[in-house]
Design a protein. Structure first.
Lengths: 300, 318
């Protein structure tokens, strides 16, 4: 054995610039070409008339003026907000219930796995399955309703029922994932707190409101922001179950945007509505963040 | 395409964790409240799982049987006709006789397309994201934090906003109706994948790398031989979820694919549903097709369930 050297470990003098460039290059390419550029281009296209065949033609604010005066756009926004309200309302409460039940009753990974199974199906699959279950004549859902002596409900073919039905189908698919996120948040709450409360004779109900809710709040807030953003982008389920009908009752914003672009080739107008959606989402995120103080935790 | 935005990078493995004795609380006595709570949980599980059974039951029934006995809990007129129709194994005449549409759907083709696209997206996206994540976590270079901040800002742009302009771009590239065209936008990175893997690399102890450096390994070698293998757990978790997400994606492939060349299972399934025969839906065939489309993900999840379930958790994305 030779004594190799007495010098201290060789450290690279400074920086790994060239190497870093190599490592970041593919991701950077993807980021610039398929994320940054389309974002800027989407904004640009919203100021143009563009049918995909001839070059985009600058029209200033025309698309936005048209949008503000387009009753279908406002209907579509209303329908979307109604959908989000039902979807998020029911989903958040159910997910919270599932998470708390799992936390207080069992740590079973099997049950958590089961809760997640609907999430493994696509929205398309979930939509078709519930279309069948809720079919007015042959669906098992309506068979049960009829068996109980009530009138059959044309869930997806009726103007008032269609949106709540679609909202609940998507709750079925996503509630498990949301519940597991909240469950993970609950794991961070020290068990001692519940034990101590129990010694003091607190009921489960009281512990939920006094311990669980305050400590879960920051996580609940972030989960809420995420799910609201996702919920506003509803498309798949509408496309396979109602295709926007009956009578535009489920013409959610994303479906209207898709129709404008690919049905009527108004890419400029479709882009303007996308920008509107982006603005709405940013505003909601900002407001929710402020209102719920999402960045702060009560857990010392 | 939505990405799961809340996973925690598990802490790096090699540091042996001291085994802690788990003190189990005494089993609580069954009170009325606990029984009620279990009943509610059981009901939730039932609502979660029953549709899966109903798919199977319907897929194994005949369409005439379904019409005659809609509420029978067992398959009516047990048959594999639905699966044969979904897989295109029946002649048009047979299919129409059994209540099918008779249209030709090449399911094996769509299955293969879906496998290619999901594999391409998952493999490339995670590999490239891991490389970038390593550069952000462990290499020293000018502008690192600025670039990372830019990537993070990308998290704020809803995926759906970039779809229309990306469609225009893919069309200009002449990649409409190709599997590459479908894969390309998510093949290189997602901000979330980079963020998630960077978190993991940041937590790897410096000593691990320094030891390898002393052995004369270059940084490239360290990445491939040390860091990447150490990251197998987060990579697998992220990989499975990315695979499921791209497998289930519908909106983007719907925009890009026009013919069987690039049609994915989700798009084909929606088409199958739209081919309504005059007699009504071919529910049996439709449910069989649905099951075939969903099954690969159920199997995939089955293999990794424990790992995924325990790593879905909360990271404050700030």
């Amino acid at each position: 054995m030779t004594v190799a050297s007495t010098s201290p470990p060789l450290r690279r003098p400074r920086g790994d610039g060239a190497l870093a460039a190599l490592f970041v290059a593919p991701a950077m390419l993807g980021f610039l070409v398929f994320l940054l550029w389309p974002t800027l281009r989407g904004v640009y296209l919203s100021f143009t008339r563009f049918n995909l065949l001839t070059p985009a033609e600058w029209v200033g604010l025309d698309n936005y003026v048209r949008m503000v005066n387009d009753p279908i756009f406002w209907d579509s926004l209303t329908v979307t907000v109604e959908y989000v309200a039902i979807n998020i309302g029911v989903q958040t409460v159910s997910a919270l219930a599932i998470a708390v039940l799992l936390q207080r009753l069992t740590q079973s990974a099997v049950l958590r796995g089961i809760v997640l199974t609907p999430y493994l199906m696509s929205n398309v699959v979930a939509g078709i399955v519930w279309l069948w279950i809720l079919d007015t004549q042959l669906g098992i859902g309506n068979e049960i309703i009829a068996g109980l002596g009530f009138d059959r409900i044309p869930f997806l073919a009726d103007e008032t029922w269609a949106i709540p039905t679609i909202a609940l189908i998507n709750v079925w698919r996503h509630v498990g994932y949301t519940a597991l996120l909240l469950f993970a948040g609950l794991q961070a709450i020290p068990n001692d707190m519940y034990e101590a409360a129990k010694v003091d004779g607190a009921s489960e109900w009281r512990m939920f409101w006094r311990i669980t809710m305050p400590l879960l709040r920051p996580i609940l807030a972030v989960v809420l922001i995420m799910t609201v953003i996702g919920s506003f982008q509803v498309f798949d389920t509408v496309a396979v179950t109602t295709a926007g009908g009956p009578a535009n009752a489920t013409n959610v914003l994303q479906y209207y945007i898709y129709g404008s672009a690919f049905g009527r080739f108004q890419f400029g107008y479709a882009s303007a509505m996308s920008v509107a959606l982006l603005v709405v989402l940013s505003a909601i995120t900002f407001l929710q963040y402020r209102l719920t103080r999402a960045g702060h935790t009560d857990l010392g | 395409m939505t990405t799961p935005t809340t996973l925690t990078s598990p802490a790096p493995a090699p540091a042996p964790t001291p085994t802690r004795a788990v003190v189990l609380p005494p089993r609580p006595r069954p009170t009325l409240g606990r029984i009620a709570a279990w009943a509610v949980l059981a009901a939730i599980m039932l609502v979660t799982l029953l549709p899966f059974y109903w798919i199977l039951r319907t897929a194994l029934s005949t369409n005439t049987g379904l019409a005659a006995n809609p509420a029978d809990p067992l398959p009516v007129g047990l048959t594999t006709g639905g699966f044969e129709r979904a897989l295109g194994l029946q002649s048009t005449k047979e299919a129409i006789a059994q209540g099918g549409a008779g249209g030709s759907l090449d399911f094996w083709r769509y299955l293969l397309n879906s496998v290619i696209v999901s594999t391409l997206i998952t493999g490339c996206q995670i590999f490239f994201s891991a490389m970038a994540a390593y550069a952000f976590a462990r290499l020293r270079w000018r502008g690192r934090d600025t670039v990372f901040g830019l990537f993070l800002a990308g998290l704020m742009v809803p995926a759906i906003f970039t779809l229309l302009p990306n469609f225009v771009l893919i069309k200009q590239l002449g990649l409409i109706d190709s599997l590459l065209g479908i894969s390309l936008p998510t093949m290189f990175m997602t901000p979330f994948a980079v963020f998630f893997l960077r978190q993991f690399f940041m937590n790897v102890p410096r000593e691990v790398e320094e030891a390898a450096l002393l052995d004369g390994a270059g940084k490239i070698r360290i990445f491939f031989r040390v860091m990447l293998p150490m990251a197998s757990t987060p990579v697998v978790t992220l990989g499975v979820l990315t695979y499921i997400t791209s497998w289930n994606d519908y909106f983007w492939p719907l925009m890009v694919s026009y013919t069987d060349n690039s049609r994915l299972l989700t798009v084909a399934l929606a088409m199958f549903r739209a081919q309504t025969p005059q007699t009504g839906y071919d529910w049996s065939g439709l449910m069989a097709a649905t099951l075939i489309a969903a099954l690969p993900m159920l199997v995939l999840f089955g293999f990794f369930a424990r790992r995924i379930v325990s790593s879905i958790s909360f990271t404050g994305v700030k």
